[in-house]
Design a protein around this ligand. Structure first.
Ligand code: SAH
Length: 395
């Protein structure tokens, strides 16, 4: 087998079981591994450290599979990892799996380069790296233990870093039905599996949608910013809110949101949509003195990398400041960030400083995160990306 030999002292992160090796840690590549091929990782002194997948062109040239010299990276390995991922979901959902959940969360499930979401009887997966790409057909077959058909949505930017083309299409088993419906917290949703974001739905916000439903009882007016297909808006109505306004810059997403509202029996009087830039929209609300009982802010990732952190922090602050000013007395704000580069402490600081600038006494009452089917491997804190705060304005 080809071997990647690390520089003196650079084995430390591997010994702590961090699943990535950066190019700066590599002393030498012995052999000529093909893109995505399995390699052995050895310390400068020649000790075995791990098996990994090699992709020379990537800024993370090695992603680790395991730390066990006696365990080959074969069908048995992938089967075992999937079994373990499934067992974890059984545990976190107390044996009662929801209709839709994330079955495989890449590094955090010991499967770098693979995301797999279950929607009822079907699975939608994403293969995001060269290592997993080599095992693509096997993964499709193994996923048939959890779904009767598997579709691949490998149309993600990260693939280009590994020199892989974008790919979408049927991967294994039965073809997916055009409309992939599932229930979450008593609401009927549809995964836009052919062209929607991620694998078609934001499963990571599941428990936060439930929380919004619980907190929305009695809210006269809800503003759902960056609504996408209206997930939080529908949850708020289900929870007893009287009126929800969903704002997103994508008209196709809002069209789907309206379809979902109708499917759930909500009228356009209760569930309104507005195609707009959220920043501009919030300013226009401020100018026309509109206010709301409950506001959700779930923006896209403003910081893709650490280098974009400062600019992203300003955008988060702006949008939170604008939203805070629109809260009615006693109103609630649910504010999220899915930028991995902005950690919990920084996010809280940004929102606190927005509240200070808005001169509104607000209290943080809950610290929120991605759902338990999006676990975070303790040796891979990078896996924690979604964070949120629930704040309540003074009466
Ligand atoms: N809350 C949603 C997911 C939000 S994804 C859910 O639970 O399903 C982020 C959304 O923000 C996308 O739908 C995208 O179209 C929208 N978006 C991005 N930038 C925007 C902007 N400046 N103004 C309005 N919407 C924006």
């Amino acid at each position: 087998m080809h071997t990647v030999i690390l520089k003196e002292g650079r084995e430390k992160s591997v010994l702590r079981r961090h699943p990535w090796i950066f190019s700066g840690a590599i002393r030498e590549v012995a052999g000529n591994p093909g893109v995505g091929e399995t390699v052995e990782i050895r310390s400068a002194r020649g000790e075995f450290l791990a098996h990994g997948a090699y992709a020379a062109s990537s800024h993370i040239p090695v992603k680790l599979w395991n730390f066990d010299e006696s365990e080959p990276i074969d069908e048995g390995f992938f089967r075992k990892r999937l079994t373990s991922a499934y067992a974890l979901r059984k545990t976190v959902f107390h044996g009662n799996l929801p209709d839709a959940y994330r079955l495989v969360c890449a590094e955090s499930d010991g499967l770098p380069g693979l995301v797999a979401d279950i929607y009822g009887e079907y699975a939608v997966c994403q293969i995001t790296g060269a290592g997993m790409e080599r095992h693509r057909e096997l993964i499709g077959t193994l996923l048939l233990d959890y779904a009767k058909g598997v579709y691949e949505r490998s149309d993600v930017d990260s693939r280009t870093k590994d020199g892989l083309p974008s790919r979408t299409g049927h991967l294994a088993g039965a073809a997916l039905p055009d409309v992939l419906e599932f229930k979450e917290n008593g609401i009927l949703y549809r995964a836009d599996w052919q062209s929607g974001h991620k694998t078609g739905f934001y499963l990571d916000q599941r428990k936060n949608r439930r929380l919004v439903a619980e907190c929305a009882a009695g809210a006269e007016s809800v503003l759902n910013c960056f609504s996408y297909t209206g997930g939080f808006g529908l949850a708020a109505l289900k929870g007893g809110a009287k009126h929800v306004l969903n704002v997103d810059s994508s008209e196709p997403a809002l069209e789907r949101a309206r379809e979902l509202a109708a499917l759930n029996g909500f009228s356009p009087d209760e569930f309104a949509t507005e195609t707009a830039d959220v920043f501009q929209f919030l300013r226009s609300c401020r100018d026309s003195r509109k206010s709301f009982d409950l506001i959700v802010l779930d923006p896209p990732k403003f910081a893709e990398t650490v280098s974009q952190r400062e600019r992203a922090a300003r955008a988060y602050k702006d949008v939170n400041l604008l939203a805070i000013k629109l809260l009615n007395p006693g109103g609630q704000l649910f504010s999220f960030s899915c930028s991995g580069a902005i950690d919990d402490a920084l996010f809280a600081k940004i929102v606190d400083s927005a509240a200070a600038d808005a001169r509104r006494p607000l209290r943080t009452v809950r610290w929120l995160s991605q759902g338990p089917d999006h676990p975070v491997l303790t040796s891979f804190p990078e896996g924690r990306y979604l964070k949120g705060l629930q704040l309540v304005a003074e009466v």
